[in-house]
Design a protein around this ligand. Sequence first.
Ligand code: URA
Ligand code: SF4
Length: 208
Amino acid sequence: RPGAEQWVPQGAGIDLLREAATRCHGCELWEPATQVVFSAGPPSASMVLVGEQPGDQEDQRGTPFVGPAGTLLVQAVKEAGIDPATVYRTNAVKHFRFEPRGTRRIHKTPEVQHIVACHPWLHAELEVLTPGIVVALGATAGRALFGRPVKIGAERGTVLEGAIPDSSAKALLTAHPSAVLRMQRDPGYDEAYAALVRDLRTAAAVAG
Ligand code: URA
Ligand code: SF4
């Protein structure tokens, strides 16, 4: 049977989940990746950030949001008045999906099948976390959390109640930091970055 379900221990806390995820073969992404990248930050966090998947540097270091997109995100979190160390950080898909190109590994967006296969981990995390708000960073995180396709432009920046099936946590959809990073040489960069900070402020205001 495909999917992570059979590797997810029942009633486990975050540390046990993180340890069990090292054995997951719920989809094919475990094999070319260096290691699973589970999460970071305190399980008691009032804010949970959910990204897409680990990138190249995250895959090598085993920690989420330590690469270029992560650096931008941490900066935006600080500018929103939040101490990044108090935030729980995780991803919709827990292995790096890439295409080898010479000596480089080029990021590939996960397919819906990978989001679905990996969802039991995110679901188990949300069972034990007690956030005031869960922030979906980008369309992959939104799809994983809400169980439906999402449109960032139309749905971002609003506090949503009941958007996460089987969870009472409030949620907010915003842009993925990689999408903002890609705009670095565009005239729209400043506004895109400001919009991310604005959304994180909105989330912080209801996080409690
Ligand atoms: N790093 C992560 O861990 N997740 C993302 O979604 C992007 C960068
Ligand atoms: Fe398991 Fe998720 Fe990794 Fe696939 S991406 S092997 S489901 S942890």
